[in-house]
Design a protein around this ligand. Structure first.
Ligand SMILES: Cc1ncc(COP(=O)(O)O)c(C=O)c1O
Length: 466
């Protein structure tokens, strides 16, 4: 039991400690003069001798920066990829059911058997093999913790992982916090292909020879993302075969981030590298309930792979968070079970496709060039044609200017047009970020009404487009 000694104690809460002993926390209201006094005493500690190198260099993440900018200018936020619409009713009811059924205690480290079974049933045909729920599946706290745990399991200090650029920004800190070193290899588009109107996402290609040239004796993992955030590209079977062959030749693990596997737009289809050739034995595939069911805040993800890889990742996962929320896991399991017969994933694709088409048509009308996404829910826009007035352009805080042209464009857009997008330079290493100088990302996981409001505001771009 501990006690915070403050004057004017108002309320007393009794909380149950997780070892069942009781602890009492007193909440207090402190007078203004006391706040003043205590703020002098509360000088922040000098932490120069404390902060671990693993977090010392972490910069403010792009999401926090543009959430603040968005709030400041009251923009329509098409930056961050959270869903702007309610979760499906059957998914929400599944959570109510889980709660009422008292699924409230620790889950097994691997995951709730009901969810491991549901994933095995759902994914076995997609992986073209019988997935064993007791060995091939691990439930994680969002895809992100799964990816972190993979690095924790297989990266020793100084080991390298290949990141294909642009890459999801969490990969880098996840790897570096585990002592790893990212080695970057950007997608490239043939110089002869002009980006003056819309472009297929398939024109961005991985130069396999370039990637192979970056592999050293320290390389352990190739990180792949398909369907691809932020490009919307889906790697073709041919591309996956050539990536897999390089992994085989150099004996590397493939970490295939497929959190958008339920979102692809015809005629595109999603191919899993783990289901090709012999690549299963070296591949860990990442999934996310947040993306699959529109519940990013539930923090349920999973890893699928061979037993001897998954068991080490489970070792890391056990020490990082022990297990993932059992209530949420039960609800996700229930949702997966229902999705076998309620056509949810097919309907969801249609709904996203409507949003995608609406935004693409609007960009056509405004005169913006963009990348047509084959999967996921992002559209990359080329800002080269936008010519803001000199005064409106200069009016930008230094912390944004310092991060380059791309950041400045997104700030300008938020302030002057009232719409938030995300600067794509964030998804590149410093050496390659110039590739993204004029690329910004819009997320279309928002209701059509919200997209319409954003498009209305973006009409102001028309006279600035040359
Ligand atoms: C490519 C990619 N991987 C992983 C994640 C993280 O997924 P989760 O929210 O399940 O941790 C995201 C989220 O935006 C993503 O875009």
């Amino acid at each position: 039991m501990f006690r915070l000694k403050f004057t004017h104690l108002l309320k007393q809460y009794t909380l149950t400690h997780h070892h069942s002993s009781k602890c009492i926390i007193y909440r207090s209201l402190i007078t203004k003069s006391e706040v003043k006094m205590s703020s002098n005493k509360d000088q922040p500690l000098d932490l120069s001798n404390f902060v671990s190198q693993r977090v010392a260099n972490l910069q403010d993440d792009v999401w926090s920066i543009f959430s603040k900018v968005s709030a400041q200018f009251q923009t329509i936020n098409l930056g961050q990829g959270f869903m702007g619409f309610p979760a499906p009713d059957f998914v929400k009811k599944a959570l109510v059911e889980a709660t009422m059924n008292d699924i409230n205690q620790y889950a097994p480290v691997r995951g709730l058997p009901r969810l491991c079974n549901a994933l095995s049933n759902n994914y076995s045909p997609l992986f073209k093999r019988q997935l064993d729920p007791n060995t091939n599946i691990l439930i994680t706290t969002g895809a992100n913790e799964g990816i972190f745990s993979v690095f924790a399991a297989f990266i020793k200090d100084g080991d390298e992982a290949i990141f294909i650029e642009p890459y999801f920004d969490q990969y880098k800190p996840n790897l570096e916090m585990n002592g790893g070193v990212p080695i970057y290899c950007p997608l490239r588009k043939d110089e002869s292909i002009s980006f003056s109107s819309k472009l297929s996402s398939s024109v961005w290609k991985l130069d396999i020879a370039e990637m192979e040239s970056k592999i050293t004796s320290k390389t352990k993992i190739i990180v792949l993302n398909t369907p691809y955030n932020p490009v919307g590209k889906i790697f073709t079977e041919e591309e996956l075969l050539s990536i897999g062959k390089v992994a085989e030749k150099h004996n590397l693990i493939i970490l295939s981030d497929e959190v958008y596997d339920r979102l692809y737009f015809a005629p595109a289809t999603h191919t899993r590298i783990a289901a090709l050739k012999n690549f299963w034995r070296r591949t860990i595939t990442v999934g996310s309930a947040g993306k699959s069911f529109g519940v990013t805040g539930w923090r349920v993800g999973w890893l699928i792979g061979p037993e001897n890889l998954i068991k080490y990742v489970m070792g890391a996962h056990c020490r990082i968070c022990f297990c993932t929320s059992s209530t949420m896991q039960d609800a996700v399991a229930n949702a997966f079970e229902q999705s076998e017969t309620n056509g949810f994933f097919e309907t969801q694709i249609q709904e996203y496709d409507e949003r995608r088409k609406y935004l693409m048509d609007s960009f056509d009308d405004i005169g913006l060039s963009y990348v047509i996404p084959d999967g996921a829910y992002f559209i990359l826009v080329n800002t080269e044609k936008i010519h803001p007035s000199a005064e409106s352009w200069e009016d930008c805080p230094d912390f944004i200017k310092e991060r380059g042209f791309n950041y400045q464009m997104c700030y300008w857009l938020a302030k002057n047009i009232g719409v938030t997008a995300i600067p794509c330079s964030e998804f590149y290493s410093a050496d390659n970020s110039s590739i993204a100088d004029s690329l910004i990302r819009f997320a279309f996981c928002k209701p059509i009404e919200v997209l319409k409001q954003a498009v209305e505001r973006m009409q102001k771009l028309k006279p600035l487009i040359q």
